[in-house]
Ligand binder design. Structure first.
Ligand code: GLA
Length: 385
């Protein structure tokens, strides 16, 4: 889809020209999974796929939401607040508008046409992408001067309060603040961040969509969130900590007896060791030691599978294949899990062969094909007008 295709579609639907174009990427998380809501450090990066928006103001006090990927549309009167209606796609941009209005910013009616080339609901943050895209577009068009960090925080509220998912800040921050060829090391407690070189030389970052429908993912996600809170509460009887990730492995081992429930103990152990893996991964990247980085990816997957139990046979099959493939040095599920995508570091020259072998291997075991593609690491949300 080119800008002129989107422009033409906008013209056909709204019988006028769009005045602005914006783009917001999706993200992959390289390592540091399910620890953003535990005050940990994560390492996401923005990818080259994402969501596009062609937009223009209108004078009829209407918010018109249309999307080339979905047939459902919405035409709403401009009000001072909104609430979620059903499970339609437009709840995400509507939530962003609701939270902008809650901050006492005034806007006019808007005609909006969205298009995404990101596989939707597959753990690549299609929801953060459309939320941040909408908030950024409105901030630019109405000169609201909301910083990108504040846009990320506002869109986290959209997930937590408007949509009802207790997610952390990682996705919104990554798609807002991404930088070409850089991984973001984000401290999710303080929001301090730095860009790390993600120079993978002879390798490509492969994204493998398991194509598994993520049924019940939201309730299981909220369940993990609650389990971590419960484990922390027990540990706090003897340890001073605001988050699970404030605790190191040694301290945890000395106090884990406080958690009598084996499931809660596993969840806490994942969060604490995953946070430590991120620190090691940063050192590996800085030392240019991609092999070490890859080993940490496998270890992260293992922990998400055994301790956090958010993987599943589809993602495990992809990682198992990758770990036996000669020119792959690391692989893991990425994002919330329960289906969705895995990532792998594969030698450039072997990428086609990797894909050619993985597809039948997966199909034979799972019954349908995965989608394999290579992605570049790109910039965060931007004006393309
Ligand atoms: C989802 C959430 C994030 C994060 C990941 C797991 O993508 O939106 O906040 O918790 O899952 O790391």
């Amino acid at each position: 889809m080119t800008k002129s295709d989107l422009q033409e579609n906008f013209r056909n639907r709204f019988h006028k020209e769009p005045t602005h174009f914006f783009f917001c990427p999706g993200r992959v998380n390289l390592i540091g999974e399910h620890i953003d809501y535990n005050g940990g450090k994560v390492m996401p990066c923005a990818i080259s796929f994402g969501t596009y928006l062609a937009i223009a103001k209108n004078t009829d006090k209407k918010l018109n939401f249309q999307c080339l990927n979905f047939s459902e549309t919405a035409e709403l009167h401009l009000q001072s607040s909104y609430s979620k209606t059903g499970r339609e796609w437009f709840n995400y941009p509507l939530g962003a508008i609701h939270h902008i209005l809650q901050n006492d910013h005034a806007i006019s009616g808007l005609d909006m046409l969205f298009y995404g080339d990101l596989p939707i609901g597959t753990g690549l943050s299609s929801s953060a992408s459309i939320e941040v895209l909408t908030a950024y577009a409105i901030s630019e068009m109405f000169e609201l001067s909301i910083s990108k960090t504040d846009i990320a925080l506002l869109c986290k509220k959209v997930e937590n309060e408007f949509i009802g998912l207790n997610s952390g800040i990682m996705d919104q921050f990554a798609v807002a603040m991404g930088k070409k060829d850089k991984a973001i090391l984000l401290n999710c407690d303080t929001l301090e961040y730095e860009y790390l070189p993600f120079e993978i030389g002879d390798y490509v970052l492969a994204i493998i969509n398991s194509n598994k429908q993520r049924a019940l993912a939201e309730s299981k996600y909220n369940e993990r969130f609650a389990e971590c809170g419960a484990a922390l509460k027990l540990l706090k009887k003897e340890i001073e900590a605001n988050h699970l990730c404030d605790i190191d492995s040694a301290t945890f081992n000395a106090h884990r007896h406080l958690i009598k429930d084996a499931v809660l103990e596993k969840r806490a152990l994942h969060a604490i060791t995953e946070n430590e893996r991120v620190k090691e991964a940063k050192l590996a990247l800085e030392a240019g030691d991609l092999k070490k980085f890859g080993m940490l990816m496998y270890a992260s997957h293992q922990s998400l599978k055994e301790l956090y139990e958010v993987s599943g046979k589809e993602l495990d099959t992809i990682v198992e294949f990758s770990s036996n493939y000669k020119d792959c040095i690391g692989a893991r599920m990425t994002g919330a899990g329960f289906g969705g995508c895995a990532i792998a570091l594969v030698k450039k020259e072997s990428f086609n062969d990797f894909s050619k072998q993985l597809i039948p291997y997966y199909k034979e075991r799972i019954g349908y094909e995965p989608q394999v593609f290579a992605s570049k690491i790109g910039d965060g949300v931007r004006d393309m007008s």
